[in-house]
Design a protein around this ligand. Sequence first.
Ligand code: MRU
Length: 354
Amino acid sequence: MSKTPFKTIEWTNDGIVMLDQRKLPTRVRFIACKDADCVIEAIKTMGIRGAPAIGVAAAMGLALGAEQIHATTREDFLQAFNALCDRFAASRPTAVNLFWAIRRMKNIAVSRPYPSVKETLKAEALRVWREDIEINRNIGNYGKRLIPDKAGILTHCNAGALATGGFGTALGVIYAAFEEGKNIQVFADETRPVLQGARLTTWELHQHGVPVTLITDNMAGMLMKEGKIDLVIVGADRIARNGDTANKIGTYSVAVLARHHQIPFYVAAPVSTFDPHIASGSEIPIEYRNENEVFICGSKRIAPRGIQALNPAFDVTPAEFITAIITEKGIISSPDTASIEAIFSEDAEESTYG
Ligand code: MRU
């Protein structure tokens, strides 16, 4: 199997090192975090982004932060650690993997003796990272059977190696099909306003040698009408109990278009992206980001001053538009509350924070 030609995140002697996704594709730069504050800032400002990658970064950031808590008692340590967890939880609201990772680290913190718990937290963070790569490989293996040879595939945003611990979810499925020798053509929506599709998805597909064509967000309908798209595959930030799925703004429009053109619409996501405490998509908190992301394209302002802009970072695609959700445990066709419940039963205990 081919290796991802770059590392999104790793723990080195220089601290937690992340590929700076604000700078790609024009500059390949790294953020080296020596404390938890730096990791929180990288998540907030999207130096690292994508639901599973945010989870991995939070786990590592918490372990690094724990190393730097100098408490005299276990109680004092837990108080400081909980406060740090709260600060990570406030960094971005929509991707549930963040809260899942915090819960996982908290469970370790409260169940191990102090101060050796610091080492255990680091080991757990590295496990979260390694497991995520393994999970993505499994998602790829399940998902590749849904990709016909010579498929034209539309994807939105970036759900690749950059958005995860490595390999990717939606792009992981594409990589797995490509590694198998399938002849595929990917169309990447540019994904306004932050341009994850134009800047990140094209960059990493190109690094892997996968043929990719960039389109603007308003071209998908025409391509579907012309018969160029055989399937759509995207990632997810949070999936409700009934299968309603939050993903990057614009995903809902693509799903509606796919339904109209009778094109399969797939979501690829790990079990940690399901939120068992949310019955439907209307309960998913949607992050609204600064309006300057809409006003400014690259470094150029594209709208007059004195007006307003809206900047919801995510939208919710109702389950009825989703052909199947591809997880590391298998494929859920026509997802609904009953088919998803089976997956929850094993993971519900540790899936949410707070
Ligand atoms: O705002 P972002 O870039 O963090 O949004 C990312 C997405 O919407 C991805 O599609 C999602 O997190 C899945 S990543 C495997």
